[in-house]
Design a protein around this ligand. Sequence first.
Ligand SMILES: C[S@@+](CC[C@H](N)C(=O)[O-])C[C@H]1O[C@@H](n2cnc3c(N)ncnc32)[C@H](O)[C@@H]1O
Length: 257
Amino acid sequence: MVRSGSEGHDRQTERVPAVDPSARSRPTTTGSHATTKFYGRWARLYDLLATWLPGVRDVRRSVAAACGLSAGDTVVELGCGTGSNLDYLSERVGDEGRVIGVDITPEVLALAADRTRDLENVSVVHGDAAQPPLDAAGPDIDAVVATFLVGMLPDPAAAVSTWCDLVGPGGRVVLANATTTDHWSGPVLNRAFRGFVVGSTPPTTQLRYDVDLVAQLETRVAAAHERLHDESRATVDSRHAMGLVRLTGGIVGEPDG
Ligand SMILES: C[S@@+](CC[C@H](N)C(=O)[O-])C[C@H]1O[C@@H](n2cnc3c(N)ncnc32)[C@H](O)[C@@H]1O
């Protein structure tokens, strides 16, 4: 029924009838070997940062709120990492709802499965966010969430369109991404941000990069958030963590009139 990328999340993946059985053999188009190697190696450190960096819990609460979830809803988190959003989403959809986390790195998924082992409404699945391994015959998906992911996708706007198709008209898509800030302490924060981006972009062993990683990240984030605006009939935008995190939530559909 479901492919599993590591032993650690077998128990939870078995509870997910929404997963496309052909996903096991489907090649990934966007998840590079460097990405899975990097996140596989640093999964535990990433987990600490993703949970405890100043302001990050506010981001996760705001993301869950922006999904506009009700009890019984189904929400999919793409690029769920070690699962830092999953308990917030789980609480919103309640016992009758369902939260499905998807990630391409088996090691981080194993941590996500461990973190949510007591949450009956949460499952995690190995797969590519650009081609989510979810069966069209599965349950309706009310919302899709992607936090700190689109900057890693070569064609983030196309991915956002895929996610909008997945939820359909009236469904919600929520993005949150780090970016430079124009906060009054921006010069200091932006220097730290630049260092963080360079240090956390696989591979980290290179001393000189051919591309400006911050510019590339910002271009991808802007393209994704713009596409979500284009695909939505209503949107909400906010900034968090002293402006370093940009959040956009959209209700998919044609604008009225
Ligand atoms: C910066 S982390 C963010 C994790 C989580 N969303 C959070 O907010 O903490 C990026 C995650 O995206 C995953 N990822 C990168 N490319 C992916 C892809 N094409 N499909 C699925 N997951 C991907 C990585 O394995 C990693 O766990």
